[in-house]
Write a protein that binds this ligand. Structure first.
Ligand SMILES: Nc1ncnc2c1ncn2[C@@H]1O[C@H](COP(=O)(O)OP(=O)(O)OP(=O)(O)O)[C@@H](O)[C@H]1O
Ligand SMILES: [Mg+2]
Length: 367
């Protein structure tokens, strides 16, 4: 449905450092996919979206939607934005305040250059779009009489009113309060499924990305670090950046030993680990806080083959269903984050042993 091949848009030609934009992006999405561009501020998410929309001209590469080339630098193809038939919702300018809800939502159909719509067709489509975002009966309202959440729904209705095959959403929920954002997440996802539309969603919020997406591209400094399902990028991160950006994790540095499956830590000590694919001798080790079990220091060793590290509790925060610990590991200076059972609390200053399975000790390329 959406294919990007070697898509590149660079703003300044500084070869040594990241000069903005996106470099060599490649994706190939099946119809109906909820696809998310995830990454820290300034990594190139909006640039990618603007290239797809036709608001920005890429330097090189190809963009194909539903088999139709919208941009191809080799063949000199660049379809103007009003002929791309794409729905868009942007964070910054949500809706036009001087127009009514009806005028806002009907806008893409009224100005369409690819198709002529009758008044009756427009009225019906606007009704349906407003109904689907939960704003049936709001058509005559002025845009200024709406709450922030309602305005965002109008923007969404406007983006889907002409039934685009591709919907682009740039942090559409970021200026809503936390509770409303959670509701809108669920609703947006339901709407996308019902319409069967392919969505490209931009966020820097990793929990939003995990909750909503079929496929996620994790971007850093203009490069797609990994493209995969939420489970893939959480359990099989391609490198240190992805491991530490998605969820919480503990990162250690070390060197893979000649003998497979063990790593010598830079701070001293050895761990057994899991690897995915090729990793060089110098690696980062990722261990999730929920995969570490705590025991009293004096307690007997906890089963065979477990990795064990002694430490001291430096902070313990009771959060009801879980206790968040900070543990200073024995000799090294690294601080671990551990999620513990509320039924088995440890106090600050307690000497403990952390144990975790080799399967949960993932060695990845450093980044
Ligand atoms: N028109 C432009 N001219 C020059 N540099 C630009 C331009 N647009 C974006 N950039 C640079 O390109 C990089 C990526 O910008 P982009 O807007 O794509 O980031 P983003 O991932 O959407 O960030 P955010 O999460 O903050 O919205 C940034 O370093 C930005 O400064
Ligand atoms: Mg942006």
């Amino acid at each position: 449905m959406l294919k990007l091949e070697h898509l590149t848009k660079v703003y300044a030609a500084l070869p040594s450092e990241y000069a903005g934009g996106i470099r060599d992006a490649n994706i190939d999405l099946a119809p109906g996919t909820f696809f998310t561009l995830l990454g820290p501020s300034g990594c190139g998410k909006t640039t990618t979206l603007r290239c797809i929309a036709g608001l920005e001209t890429p330097d090189t590469g190809r963009i194909t939607v539903d088999g139709r080339p919208l941009f191809d630098s080799d063949r000199g193809i660049s379809v103007p934005l009003h002929r791309r038939n794409i729905g868009m919702v942007f964070q910054s300018y949500a809706i036009w305040p001087h127009m009514s809800v009806f005028e806002n939502v009907s806008f893409p159909m009224r100005v369409s250059k690819t198709q002529r719509y009758s008044t009756a067709e427009i009225a019906k489509a606007v009704d349906e779009a407003l109904e689907s975002v939960g704003l049936g009966g709001y058509a005559k309202r002025s845009a200024t009489q709406l709450s922030g959440g309602q305005q965002q729904r109008v923007a969404l209705a406007r983006a889907i009113v002409h039934r685009p095959k591709l919907l682009l959403l740039d942090e559409p929920l970021s200026n809503l309060d936390a509770a409303l954002r959670e509701d809108m997440r669920t609703e947006l996802k339901r709407l996308q499924r019902e319409l069967g539309v392919t969505a490209v969603y931009v966020t820097h919020d990793q929990s939003e990305a995990l909750a909503m997406s079929d496929t996620i591209a994790v971007i850093a400094k203009g490069r797609m670090m990994q493209v995969g399902s939420p489970r893939d990028i959480y359990f099989r991160p391609a490198n240190e950046f992805v491991a530490s950006f998605i969820g919480h994790t503990n990162i250690l540095r070390g060197r893979i030993d000649g003998s497979a499956g063990t790593v010598a830590l830079d701070g001293g000590g050895t761990l057994r680990c899991r690897t995915e694919g090729e990793v060089g001798p110098d690696v980062a080790i990722s261990i999730r806080p929920e995969d570490i079990a705590l025991a009293k220091k004096a307690a007997p060793a906890n089963g065979d083959g477990m990795n064990v590290l002694p430490g001291v509790v430096t902070s313990a925060s009771f959060l009801g269903n879980v206790v968040h610990y900070e543990i200073k590991a024995g000799s090294g200076s690294s601080t671990f984050r551990v999620e513990g059972e509320p039924a088995m609390p440890f106090d600050t200053g307690a000497e403990v042993v952390m144990s975790f399975r080799p399967e949960d000790t993932l060695a990845v390329p450093r980044s």
